[in-house]
Design a protein around this ligand. Structure first.
Ligand code: SF4
Ligand code: SF4
Length: 619
C-alpha cells in the first residue's frame, strides 16, 4: 500500500514537472531570420518578393540577428512586413500607379484659389505621354467631376482622391504584398526557431508529452489498486482545491484560458510547442512542419486517452459508461484526428466527417464547398454526406435514441467534456436562473447560426453556380464574410474554446454544450418534442440524497423529478448516464421506448410550494 501511495505521488510529481517543462519550452532558445527562412516560407512567391524582403530585413538590421524572445521577435517581424509592404507599394506605384509627386502635381492643377476644377484634361496635362495611366486614374475618379458633383472644400476632394489612388496602388501591388496576418507571422516565426528545440525536439517531446503521459498514468493506474472495490468514489470532491474552485483549479483555469487565447489569436507565440510535435507530424508527411491545429489535435487526443483510462477505472462496474467512453475515444482518434491528417494525402479535404452542421459552421462557406467540389467524386460524396448527416441522420438518431447518441457518444466537444472534464461535472449550476439563462443563450445562438448559414450559403451558391450574381456578397443587407467572421470569433473561438473548455474548473465541463452549442439546441428541440428517449424514475425508491442532481453536468435537478416519480424529458439532457450511475438506489434508467406516456408531469405539492399555516387555517 505504501509503495502504491509513493508511486501515485511520484506520478503526480512527474506530471507536474512535465507541465512546467512544457510551459518553460516557450522561453527556450531563440529566433533568427535568415535568407533561407525567407526563401522557405515564401517559396510560392516570386523572386521579386523574396529578394525585396531580404533587402528590407537587411536594412532593418534583423537579418541573421538572433533574438531570445518571441514577443520581441514577432514585433520585429510585424514591422518588417509593414516596411516591406510600404516599400513594395511605393515602388509599384512609381512603375504602374501614381507616385506622391504625381499626386501633388494633380492637386496643384486641380485646386485653384481653393476651388476644385478637377477633370480628365488635368490628367492628360500631367501624363501627356501615358494614355494608359490617364485611363486608369480617370476610370476610378471621374465620379468626382461628372454631372453635378461639386466639392465645397478642397480638403474633401484631396481625401477622396488620395483614397482612390491608394486603392489603385494597392491593387497594382496586390500580387507582391504579404499580409501580416497570424498565419504569415506563425510561419515566419516558426521557421526562425534556433537553439535546443530546433536541434533536439524529440527529447523535448519525451520530456513534455512523454513524461506527462507516464506521470498521469502512474497517478491514475495506482488508484485501481488503492481502491480495489469497483464503485464511484467522489469522496472529498468538494474539499479538494482542484475540484472545488480552489487555487489548483484557478491555476488550471488560467492555463486553459491562456492556451486557447494563444491558440486562436496569437499562434505565433506558441511556435515552440508546435516544434515539439514536428516529429509526430512527420509520421504523416515526412519533414512537414506542425501547425497550431496539429498541436491542438495531439493535445486533445492525449488528454482524452489519458483521462479516458481514468474513466474506464472509475466507472469499471458500469457497462454504459465503458462503452460510451470507448466510443468517444474512437470517434476522436479516428475521425477527428487521423482521418483529418490522412485524407489530404489523397487530395481530399481534411475534414472531420462526424462534425455536423451547425456545429460545423463553415460547412457552406465558399472555400469549403469549392474544396469539396474540386476533390472529385469522393469530395462531392463528402459534401453530400455532410448534408445527409445534418438533415437526416441527426434528427432520425435523436428521435430513436435522444441527443445522447451524438453528445455523449460521438462529439469531440462532448468527448473532451466526458473525459478531461469529468472531475468538474459537479460544478454545473443547478439554479432555476441558470436554466433560464441557458434557454436565453442557446436558442438565439441557433438562430444566429441559421441566419449566418443562409447568408453564407447564398453567397457560396452565387460564387459556384452563378458568378454574375455575386455582387457585394450580401443577403438581407448582411455581408456573408463579415457575419461568418463575427460568428467564428464570438461563437467558434470565444464561446466554444476559451469559455467552453477554459472554464471547466469554474463552470463545469459542459458550459458550451449547455449554453452555447447550436447543434445541441437543434437536437434538444427534437429530443424534447419528438423522441423515444427519456430517463424513467422509480420515485418510491428515492431517498433524496441528491447525488444525481449534484453530478448532472447539464445542471438538471434530477432529484426533483425522481422525488415526483416523473420521467426526465429535458432538451438539455445529453444522456451521459452519470445520474443513473451515481444513484445509490437504482432509481434512474435511461430508456428508449414508445412516445406514449413519455411526458408524464406528476404534480406533487412540495413543502415550499405552499404555506402550511394557510392550509391549517383553511381547514
Ligand atoms: S440528466 Fe442524467 S443523463 Fe441527463 S445530462 Fe444530467 S446526468 Fe447526464
Ligand atoms: S441519486 Fe437516486 S436516491 Fe439520490 S436523489 Fe437522485 S434519484 Fe434519489
Amino acid at each position: 500500500m505504501k509503495i502504491l501511495k509513493t508511486l501515485r505521488l511520484l506520478g503526480l510529481v512527474v506530471f507536474i514537472a512535465s507541465v512546467l517543462i512544457f510551459i518553460g519550452t516557450l522561453f527556450i532558445g531563440g529566433y533568427a531570420l535568415t535568407e533561407k527562412t525567407i526563401e522557405t516560407v515564401f517559396s510560392s512567391k516570386t523572386d521579386y518578393v523574396t529578394t525585396t524582403l531580404k533587402d528590407v530585413a537587411k536594412e532593418k538590421g534583423i537579418l541573421n540577428k538572433e533574438m531570445g524572445n518571441a514577443f520581441v521577435f514577432t514585433n520585429e517581424i510585424e514591422s518588417l512586413l509593414e516596411n516591406y509592404n510600404t516599400q513594395v507599394t511605393t515602388a509599384i506605384a512609381k512603375e504602374k500607379g501614381l507616385s506622391e509627386e504625381e499626386i501633388n502635381q494633380i492637386f496643384k492643377q486641380s485646386i485653384q484659389d481653393d476651388t476644385v476644377v478637377y477633370s480628365k484634361e488635368i490628367l492628360q496635362n500631367v501624363f501627356p505621354n501615358d494614355a494608359a495611366k490617364v485611363k486608369l486614374v480617370d476610370e476610378a475618379t471621374n465620379w468626382m467631376y461628372v454631372g453635378t458633383k461639386k466639392y465645397e472644400k478642397a480638403a474633401d476632394f484631396k481625401n477622396d482622391f488620395t483614397s482612390k489612388i491608394s486603392d489603385i496602388n494597392r491593387n497594382n501591388a496586390q500580387e507582391y504584398l504579404i499580409y501580416p496576418n497570424k498565419y504569415t507571422k506563425f510561419d515566419l516565426v516558426k521557421a526562425s526557431i534556433v537553439g535546443p528545440l530546433q536541434e533536439n525536439n524529440t527529447l523535448y517531446l519525451f520530456l513534455t508529452f512523454g513524461l506527462g503521459i507516464i506521470g498521469a498514468l502512474m497517478f491514475i493506474l495506482t488508484g485501481l489498486f488503492l481502491e480495489p472495490i469497483p464503485g464511484i468514489k467522489n469522496n472529498g470532491i468538494y474539499l479538494s482545491e482542484a475540484t472545488n474552485r480552489g487555487w489548483v483549479a484557478l491555476f488550471v483555469f488560467a492555463f486553459l484560458v491562456s492556451f486557447y487565447i494563444l491558440l486562436y489569436f496569437y499562434p505565433f507565440y506558441i511556435v515552440n510547442w508546435t516544434r515539439i510535435v514536428d516529429p509526430l507530424k512527420g509520421v504523416f508527411i515526412k519533414g512537414a512542419s506542425a501547425s497550431q491545429w496539429f498541436l491542438y489535435g495531439i493535445l486533445y487526443c492525449v488528454s482524452m486517452i489519458v483521462m479516458g483510462v481514468r474513466m474506464f477505472i472509475k466507472y469499471r462496474h458500469n457497462a454504459y459508461q465503458i462503452v460510451r467512453t470507448a466510443s468517444v475515444l474512437f470517434f476522436q482518434i479516428i475521425f477527428a484526428f487521423l482521418l483529418v491528417e490522412i485524407l489530404p494525402l489523397f487530395d481530399l479535404p481534411g475534414v472531420d466527417l462526424k462534425n455536423a452542421w451547425p456545429l460545423d459552421y463553415n460547412f457552406v462557406t465558399d472555400w469549403n464547398v469549392k474544396q469539396h467540389l474540386e476533390a472529385g467524386h469522393l469530395g462531392k460524396f463528402m459534401l453530400v454526406w455532410g448534408v445527409v448527416l445534418s438533415l437526416i441522420v441527426v434528427p432520425v438518431m435523436v428521435y430513436l435514441y435522444g441527443k445522447r447518441w451524438y453528445c455523449s457518444w460521438v462529439c469531440g466537444c462532448g468527448g473532451l467534456a466526458e473525459t478531461l472534464g469529468d472531475p468538474y461535472r459537479q460544478l454545473s449550476d443547478k439554479r432555476l436562473i441558470a436554466w433560464k439563462i441557458e434557454r436565453w443563450t442557446i436558442y438565439p445562438i441557433l438562430v444566429f447560426a441559421v441566419i449566418m448559414t443562409l447568408v453564407v450559403g447564398y453567397n457560396t451558391y452565387n460564387i459556384v453556380y452563378n458568378p454574375s450574381n455575386v455582387g457585394d456578397s450580401t443577403l438581407f443587407g448582411i455581408n456573408a464574410y463579415k457575419i461568418n467572421e463575427i460568428y467564428g470569433f464570438l461563437i467558434g473561438s470565444i464561446f466554444a474554446g476559451v469559455i467552453g473548455t477554459g472554464f471547466y474548473p469554474i463552470l463545469g465541463n459542459r458550459s458550451w454544450c449547455r449554453f452555447g452549442c447550436p447543434l445541441a439546441a437543434y437536437m434538444g428541440i427534437i429530443q424534447r418534442f419528438k423522441s423515444r428517449f427519456r430517463i424513467t424514475t422509480n420515485g418510491g425508491q428515492c431517498i433524496s440524497c441528491g447525488n444525481c442532481s449534484t453530478y448532472c453536468e447539464q445542471g438538471i435537478d434530477v432529484r426533483a423529478y425522481a422525488q415526483k416519480g416523473e420521467n426526465i424529458v429535458r432538451a438539455s439532457c445529453v444522456g451521459c448516464g452519470v445520474c443513473a450511475a451515481v444513484c445509490p438506489r437504482g432509481v434512474l434508467k435511461l430508456e428508449n421506448s414508445t412516445e406514449k406516456g413519455r411526458i408524464n408531469p406528476n404534480e406533487i405539492l412540495l413543502g415550499n410550494d405552499l404555506d402550511l399555516m394557510d392550509l391549517v387555517n383553511q381547514k
